[in-house]
Design a protein around this ligand. Sequence first.
Ligand code: ATP
Ligand code: MG
Length: 235
Amino acid sequence: VITRFITATGTGLGKTLVTAALCHQLRRMGRTVRALKPLVTGFDETSWADSDPAVLLKGLGKWPSFETPAAQASRRMGEDLDSIAPFRFAAPLAPSMAAAQEGRAVDLDAVVGFCRAAMAGPDEVLLIEGVGGVMAPLAAGITVLDWIKALACPAILVTGSYLGSLSHSLTALAVLRAAAVPLAGVVVSESADSTVSLEDTVAELMTWTDAPILALPRLTGPEPWQNAPPLTRLA
Ligand SMILES: Nc1ncnc2c1ncn2[C@@H]1O[C@H](COP(=O)(O)OP(=O)(O)OP(=O)(O)O)[C@@H](O)[C@H]1O
Ligand SMILES: [Mg+2]
């Protein structure tokens, strides 16, 4: 199974968008794909039509568009949600803090075990969306980086084009390199109202790494992942 861990320099930069776009594009090429968002924070169990797991289900074509969100939510709550995102927390915080608010803790071994089971197949490609950035805290002394290292799979780094993003990107790349995480590539997702050119940001990053650097322009529409340029060379 070709496995990719989709991480980012921070939260809200485009991990879910990139993962859903890859699901959509790989399926159109005839490849079988599974996508996971094992750890979700800020999750509302009663209304999750716009949540990360829901967007991934849409990218996988498993969320029929003719159903109302309410009907989808009630029908799919048990089956699909648990198979894509079993570790869910309500507070919109880093996982360690969101778990603490519920008197719980993130169990990295359980998260890794869930991912490893999917890495055994049967799908050709497995996309695992992380949570927050490369070093978002999961539990005491444990960050997303430990999760990536435990899986020993290549990472896709999603970053932005906002002023200051280069330092964030190079910091994340240095941390991944120091941990010997293979880099499948970088996606620069154009930041809203950015004062910096997307193309110039991509060109600059290319001088810092040999990995593929892909530009993802600002997309529009209710399901922007459908309109993404080809990203499949990353998987
Ligand atoms: N290139 C882009 N064009 C248009 N919209 C974008 C782009 N990149 C990100 N967005 C939008 O920004 C929002 C945040 O993106 P997304 O949910 O993919 O980030 P994320 O990294 O998965 O965040 P989280 O850390 O919460 O999982 C979404 O509404 C997404 O559609
Ligand atoms: Mg996301």
